[in-house]
Design a protein around this ligand. Structure first.
Ligand code: NDP
Length: 281
């Protein structure tokens, strides 16, 4: 039977710690969230980010744009936020409607305000193991959960399933920075069961409901489930089959109440870090 890492509780502690910092400031750190279009999931994520920011003493401002907005308008808005000294963090909620060039817009955000860590400069700094990097919040959430297990990561075989720029790749990089031996699996990977049998740490971020079953995991592995999916009954679930995996893993995260709330907490931690960096620049 494994120890279930309660992301919700750990996230609450992180928010409390941020609050105890922000209380000392004359003015609150400010996070601006740009939301384009009417993607329902994005609206929920953004609302949760604003609620959590409020708890942490961070001012969150939501700027909404119609899906038909001209890309130049968005671009001009980002420039304005980049120049505004009262704005410390900027996020562009993804996905953007297809008419927008997400890469171009993300690259336009001032890297010092890039609290999502999606700017190429921050990705490069992370690759160089440079502490100045803003790491994407989900990747930071995974690493924080691993830290909570107390296990020594050095030399462990870590398998990251998924290679997206926002989750898989930065997680793999951060595990490598901690001296894990990292394997990255993706949709073209052959022999995933073999890789799973050898993995001391499994980070599942492939968006495939309950794909990883308990009998595929090495006994005692640490399993971090990033996936947020709906199962055949419409219930929220991860990429890991929690019910079977919990009997095999040493530590495991549930879905919900695992990586999700941690991601929001670490986004706000990044915002606090951005505020401190800009104040002391
Ligand atoms: P993407 O769709 O961008 O990437 C999915 C990755 O999984 C791709 O690299 C893909 O491979 C790989 N993949 C797909 N199917 C398989 C398979 N059968 N075997 C192995 N690899 C596979 O998703 P994201 O990275 O954005 O998100 C992944 C999951 O995490 C989703 O469920 C998402 O909802 C969730 N998520 C959760 C967050 C949280 O806070 N908890 C935050 C962000 C995401 P390929 O590259 O070859 O296509």
């Amino acid at each position: 039977m494994s120890i279930v890492l309660n992301g919700k509780e750990i996230a609450e502690d992180i928010l409390k710690n941020i609050k105890s910092e922000t209380e000392k400031f004359k003015s609150a750190p400010k996070l601006v969230i740009i939301l384009v279009g009417d993607n329902e999931a994005s609206q929920i994520y953004v609302r949760n980010k604003c609620l959590a920011a409020n708890k942490a003493g961070i001012e969150a401002k939501l700027l909404t744009f119609n899906a038909n907005t001209a890309p130049e308008v968005l671009s001009a808005q980002i420039e304005q936020l980049n120049a505004d000294q009262n704005v410390h963090g900027i996020i562009i909620q993804l996905p953007l409607p297809p008419a927008f060039d997400a890469d171009a817009l993300l690259s336009q955000v001032n890297p010092l305000k890039d609290v999502d860590g999606f700017h190429p400069l921050n990705a490069g700094l992370l690759q160089n193991n440079n502490p100045a990097a803003f790491a994407p919040a989900t990747a930071r959430a995974v690493m924080t959960l691993l830290e909570k297990t107390g296990i020594n990561l050095s030399g462990k075989n870590a398998l990251v399933i998924g290679r997206s720029r926002i989750v898989g790749k930065p997680v793999a990089q951060m595990l490598l920075n901690k001296n894990c031996t990292v394997t990255i699996a993706h949709s073209k990977t052959l022999g995933l069961p073999y890789l799973l049998q050898n993995a001391d740490i499994v980070v599942a971020a492939c968006g495939q409901p309950k794909m990883i079953k308990g009998n595929m995991i090495k006994k005692g592995a640490v399993v971090i489930d990033v996936g947020i999916n709906r199962d055949s009954e419409g219930k929220l679930c991860g990429d890991v089959d929690f019910e079977t995996a919990k009997d095999v893993a040493s530590f495991i995260t549930p879905v919900p109440k695992g990586v999700g709330p941690m991601t929001i907490a670490l986004l706000l931690q990044n915002t606090l870090d951005a505020y401190l960096k800009q104040k002391h620049a």
